[in-house]
Design a protein around this ligand. Structure first.
Ligand SMILES: Cc1cc2nc3c(=O)[nH]c(=O)nc-3n(C[C@H](O)[C@H](O)[C@H](O)COP(=O)(O)O)c2cc1C
Length: 178
């Protein structure tokens, strides 16, 4: 099984990208993991569908067995860049590479609710493309400024929660793909 990580934040010191690095380090034995580069994906324009950068990310997603999306919350919602990426991946309509792809959601934010509203919106977006989302406990890393040190997730309780979540997610995603 290959799991592809998608960060909703492009900034170099992103806590959400750090969550994906922690994911790589704490996956159970078996799956491989990589992080999708998507900085070059242009704004969706129905007059110019499928430019090369979009074809490239669609192929990476198609080749993955499961996705883990780690996202911040911007203005109580999904960051625009990530929503645009998902819109690009949703096309062609009814043939999306996201269809049937098991997804797990992570979020980190300095607020106490840890990106819960962004995750809720992501669930609705992914439902529209028939992508199943891991239904169990949500990984919401609130008060993120206290949980990361020098750009890495160092809070022991969060790390052990993430590790247990990854074990459950991997089992669930394997079953969905069977
Ligand atoms: C445009 C913008 C809007 C934001 N809105 C929210 C918000 O609604 N809720 C929240 O918890 N954090 C909000 N934040 C703070 C982000 O959660 C915070 O910057 C977070 O660390 C970004 O994730 P990253 O570390 O992965 O880049 C916002 C940040 C930006 C830049």
């Amino acid at each position: 099984m290959h799991i592809l990580g998608i960060s909703g934040s492009l900034r170099a010191a992103s806590t959400n990208t750090a969550l994906l690095r922690a994911t790589r380090a704490h996956l159970p034995e078996g799956p491989t993991f990589s992080i999708l580069p998507w900085r070059d994906v242009p704004l969706y324009d129905e007059d110019h569908e499928s430019p090369p950068a979009v074809l490239a990310v669609r192929e990476e997603v198609r080749a993955a067995d499961a996705l883990i999306i780690a996202t911040p919350e911007y203005n109580h919602g999904v960051p625009g860049g990530l929503k645009n990426l998902l819109d690009q991946l949703s096309r062609p309509a009814f043939q999306s590479v996201l269809s049937g792809k098991p997804c797990g959601l992570l979020s980190a934010s300095p607020s106490a609710v840890g990106g819960a509203r962004a995750q809720q919106q992501l669930r609705a977006v992914l439902a529209s493309v028939n992508a199943p989302v891991y239904p169990a406990n949500e990984v919401l890393v609130g008060n993120s400024s206290t949980r990361f040190t020098d750009g890495e997730l160092t809070d022991e309780r969060t790390l052990s929660f993430l590790q247990a979540w990854l074990a459950g997610f991997t089992t669930w995603a394997t079953r969905i793909r069977a």
